[in-house]
Unconditional design. Structure first.
Length: 271
């Protein structure tokens, strides 16, 4: 059977609107998840906010409600597969549907590979890989009967390149790129598009703890020369959540101030 093309209506700017759509965002308590939940609401969506820290989720919810959108807070630890099921079912019970799943929950632990332990493995993988995988699965199960849905993962520069002291994180984020492709292939016939955004160093609680020498290195190797803010990812996220991207699936988009394009060199002055 031919997969149904998702309907697009209106002009090109209308295709980016999210009115009448429901987004579920994990990692919504801080940083990128909080910023992109806000962006979805600004584009018209009602939102479910999930992470472990309820007080932070409530703060984000208040800000979304002040835009005239609905915000449902569902405290969730995505290491718990039953909690993932609850997060999706509460969303569908409340709003009657789930259109957009943004998987922004993630953790980092910096340590040389020679010192990594099984606990480090579980700390990183249980959230970034296992949690992301089963969150997408639960979301897709709600989207299949609708024959429509958008799933967005958050990858990383470490999906593509090796960096010392964050190998486990890179392992999990390289997996995100691959599972984005596999999910896109498997769920295309249900009209579910699966894509990822690979941010290149955004100022959030996760990166604020990087030491200054590493921050300086990042800025020196980025053509645009500075860290981004979560709002810098909003255009890509709303695009991937909206009908404007209906023919795009399985892709990972770097939003990185030019880092993956290349690096500025020292000047030619002494040549
Ligand atoms: N900042 C960057 O430069 C950058 C670059 C590439 C990729 N990323 C990725 O972007 C995503 C967001 O990170 P961020 O930079 O915004 O960092 P962040 O502010 O530390 O956000 C991480 C989010 O994940 C949630 N979280 C952590 N463990 C969880 C769990 N077990 N269950 C549910 N939620 C959990 C946290 O909330 P609670 O603690 O309340 O649960 C928080 O909302 C992550 O996947 C990260 O790997 C970030």
């Amino acid at each position: 059977m031919e997969p149904q093309a998702a309907p697009r209506s209106g002009g090109i700017t209308d295709q980016f609107r999210l009115e009448g759509r429901v987004a579920l965002v994990t990692g919504a308590s801080t940083g990128i998840g909080a910023g992109l939940a806000q962006a979805f609401a600004e584009a018209g969506a009602d939102v479910t906010l999930a992470a472990r820290t309820e007080a932070d989720l409530e703060r984000v919810a208040e800000s979304i409600r002040s835009l005239g959108r609905q915000a449902l807070v569902v405290p969730t630890d995505i290491r718990d597969l039953e909690a993932i099921e609850r997060m999706v079912s509460r969303t569908v019970e409340t709003y009657g549907r789930l259109d957009i799943m943004l998987n922004a929950a993630g953790v980092q632990r910096r340590k040389p590979i020679l010192e990594a332990t099984a606990d480090d493995w579980h700390y990183v993988m249980d959230v970034n890989a296992r949690g992301a995988f089963f969150t997408a699965q639960a979301a897709a199960r709600a989207m299949v009967p609708q024959q429509a849905g958008k799933i967005i993962h958050i990858a990383s520069m470490t999906s593509f390149r090796g960096f010392s002291d964050i190998a486990l994180y890179g392992f999990s984020k390289a997996g995100i790129v691959q599972t984005t492709k596999a999910m896109a292939v498997e769920w295309a016939s249900y009209n579910i598009q699966v894509n990822a955004i690979a941010p290149g160093w955004i100022t959030t609680p996760m990166t604020i703890t990087m030491n200054q020498a590493r921050k300086d290195w990042v800025n020196a190797h980025k053509p645009q020369g500075h860290f981004g803010v979560p709002a810098d990812l909003a255009g890509a996220a709303v695009y991937l959540a909206s009908p404007a991207s209906n023919f795009v699936t399985g892709q990972t988009f770097a939003v990185d101030g030019g880092f993956t394009a290349g690096h500025p060199w020292p000047s030619l002055d002494d040549e």
